[in-house]
Design a protein around this ligand. Structure first.
Ligand code: PLP
Length: 419
């Protein structure tokens, strides 16, 4: 692929991009008389235009049917989680009954650890990447304390080598092997929120299993960004939020994947609620929890319809576009962004995200040794929405579902003028 740093090139590429049509299905924040350049879909995805109708539908069903909506709404609330399984199984690469939507990400991490982190007989350690998202760090820290361990002892963090920003797969695999006698759980991110590095989930899972440990992943920055093959990779469990690349709106219900070997096992330990009970007998209100088969057996509470409806609307566009087509575009779009960033002469920054496209998703992280915050402010003043994370990183994430080549070009053009 030969890129060109020109508006003509960007526009003609948009013209031939079969996914470009989906851009018009989203609202962009405004800037002056037009639209902002939005590269923050890794933090909060844009609102799909079909969301309002979908919410209205539920409001009307609530208004007109009240409790009858559980069975008689256009999308009966009783079965709400089922409406996500086909779309999410395609995005995550798993069976439909291995995935469900419930609660929120950190909540789900805790519940999944209660099922799958079973410290016993000297096997009690949890391995994660150093610099994981704070909520994941807090979750793991408090889990090990919950069982009476010291975080300094029970949590193994894998850090980049001296002078490097990202992890080497060989170092992760080696650390797993070295801790094979004490490791209970490997709980890694899929993509690190700060560096944008995509980890080798298949290799990490295999190494964890060889070491006798469970392999779980936080896929917050992966979901809707990079297609997964969770079932074939034999991943034990995963969780993600729905408001980043999946555009489910602020606080949308999170997603969960649980491998069928657990989902098919009613004896698998879990903390249960009635929404995870076998649906055929849910309303018999009887004693004795009988889990639904699959990930649904981990559901606890009544489906949070208004925290799920926007996600349902958004998934329509993922179904239409196809996650593999989105990834193909994303690889090219992010490569174009990288190409243009390298044309800048004066800004002093380093792209700390791996240059290998197989080790990253949509996001590039620009590390400014100095003035990162000031430069971020200048970008904001000029209609660019990206985010800044201490120390010194501006994260730029063009989302293939609604960002265009022209967006990437305009971003570059503004930076060139700011330099
Ligand atoms: C966004 C994100 C979260 C946020 O968790 P919530 O419970 O949804 O607030 C947690 N972990 C990671 C890795 C994230 O990227």
């Amino acid at each position: 692929m030969i890129f060109e740093a020109s508006l003509e090139y960007a526009r003609s590429t948009d013209k031939t991009d079969p996914l470009h049509q989906y851009r018009s299905q989203f609202y962009f924040p405004s800037y002056k008389d037009g639209e902002a350049i939005y590269f923050c879909g890794n933090s909060l995805g844009l609102q799909p235009k079909n969301v309002r109708n979908a919410i209205d539908q539920e409001l009307n069903d609530w208004k007109n049917l009240a409790v009858g909506g559980y069975f008689k709404a256009k999308t009966p609330w009783l079965f709400y989680q089922q409406y996500f399984r086909s779309s999410l199984s395609a995005i995550m690469g798993c069976r439909e009954d291995e995935v469900t939507v419930m609660n929120a990400l950190t909540v789900n991490l805790h519940f999944l650890m209660l099922s799958f982190y079973k410290p016993a007989n000297g096997r009690y350690k949890i391995m994660m990447e150093a610099g994981a998202f704070p909520s994941d760090q807090y979750a793991v820290e408090t889990q090990v304390k919950f069982y009476g361990y010291q975080p300094e002892d029970a949590i193994i963090e894998i850090a980049p080598r001296e002078g490097e920003h990202t992890l080497r797969t060989e170092d992760i695999l080696k650390a797993i092997d070295e801790n094979r006698d004490s490791l209970a759980l490997v709980l890694f991110g899929g993509i690190n929120y700060y560096t944008g590095q995509l980890y080798d989930i298949a290799a990490i899972t295999k190494a964890a299993h060889t070491a006798g440990a469970i392999a779980g992943f936080d896929l917050a920055h992966v979901a809707g960004n990079v297609p997964m093959h969770l079932h074939d990779w034999d991943v034990d469990f995963a969780a993600w939020c729905s408001y980043k690349y999946l555009n489910g709106g602020p606080g949308a219900a999170g997603g969960v994947y649980i491998h069928e070997r657990y989902g098919n096992n009613p004896q698998q330990q879990r903390l249960a609620g009635w929404w995870g009970n076998d649906e055929r007998v849910r309303f018999k209100m009887e004693k004795g929890f009988i889990p639904q088969q699959g990930a649904g057996g981990w559901q606890l509470s009544t489906a949070q319809v208004f925290n799920m409806v926007s996600l349902k609307a958004s998934l329509k566009w993922f179904d239409a576009a196809g996650i593999h087509n989105l990834r193909a575009k994303s690889l090219d779009l992010t490569a174009y962004l990288e190409f243009l960033l390298k044309q800048l002469k004066h800004f002093d920054f380093e792209i700390i995200t791996p240059s290998d496209p197989q080790q990253r998703g949509a996001q590039l992280s620009l590390y400014f040794k100095e003035f990162g915050k000031e430069i971020h402010q200048k970008m904001a003043d000029n209609g660019i929405i990206v985010d800044y994370r201490e120390p010194g990183v501006i994260r730029v994430a063009p989302a293939p579902l609604y960002n265009s080549y022209e967006d990437v070009y305009q971003f570059y053009k503004i930076l060139r003028e700011l330099e």
